[in-house]
Write a protein that binds this ligand. Sequence first.
Ligand SMILES: Nc1ccn([C@@H]2O[C@H](COP(=O)(O)OP(=O)(O)OP(=O)(O)O)[C@@H](O)[C@H]2O)c(=O)n1
Ligand SMILES: C[C@](O)(CO)[C@H](O)COP(=O)(O)O
Length: 234
Amino acid sequence: MAARTVAVVLAGGVGERLGAGRPKQLIEVGGRPLLAHAIAAFDAHPGIGEVVVVMAPGHLREAAAIAAPFRRAAAVIEGGATRTASTAAALRALAERPDDDRVLFHDAARPFVDREVIDRVLAALDGGDEAVAVGVPASDTMVVVEDGVVVSMPPRETMTRFQTPQGFRLGTIRKAYESALADPELRATDDCGVVHRYLPEVTIRVVEGSERNFKVTRPLDVVVAEHLASEDPR
Ligand SMILES: Nc1ccn([C@@H]2O[C@H](COP(=O)(O)OP(=O)(O)OP(=O)(O)O)[C@@H](O)[C@H]2O)c(=O)n1
Ligand SMILES: C[C@](O)(CO)[C@H](O)COP(=O)(O)O
């Protein structure tokens, strides 16, 4: 049987930096919640078999109502206290699937992921990559600062900002999380970071992202999101 691909939309956060008084994935831009924009992008992609939503505790009913109209929306499950705990919850929900299936993890807070970006992640997985990230070049000079002083300045041309979706062979991300969850020191801000730390032998391919695929994190991002949604209603 051909490997199947599931998209997991991570919506388990509370949106503290945005400060909207409720999880930011529930706020509307262009007349629909950020979560609906994110689900729609994967629901419309022919390479995606199912979409699983991981939602913040206390908001599962709202998420189920948002997901209901989408044909490929298969489940809404409860997330954990951190992004990695939410990914781990999704992996538990996918426990019956074979290792050769593929999984894409996407932030619900990135409402404008384009079909081309998803295409590139799937193409890399089709080509045999086990872990795939999406990146855009850094525009600013990036430095490492400790205790208020610069300790290193990596050349900007090597600096890439990661976005999502991040795609994996299911067996690979499963194995990485098995080790990660056994580590009391686990700290990671994304799923490729978990593979990089716990399966260093795995090559992480980076494919081109898009400036539109930014993460709604702070109040100014909502202004930009409203503008983009009005320019390109979906
Ligand atoms: N426990 C968590 C934390 C985050 N996320 C998801 O991971 C994505 C990226 O996280 P971030 O932008 O940090 O979202 P929040 O955690 O909601 O924001 P904040 O850190 O400002 O509270 C979001 O779609 C968020 O819902 C998640 O599924 N589970
Ligand atoms: C996964 C991510 O969006 C890649 O840039 C980012 O690391 C999420 O970080 P956050 O702290 O959960 O916003």
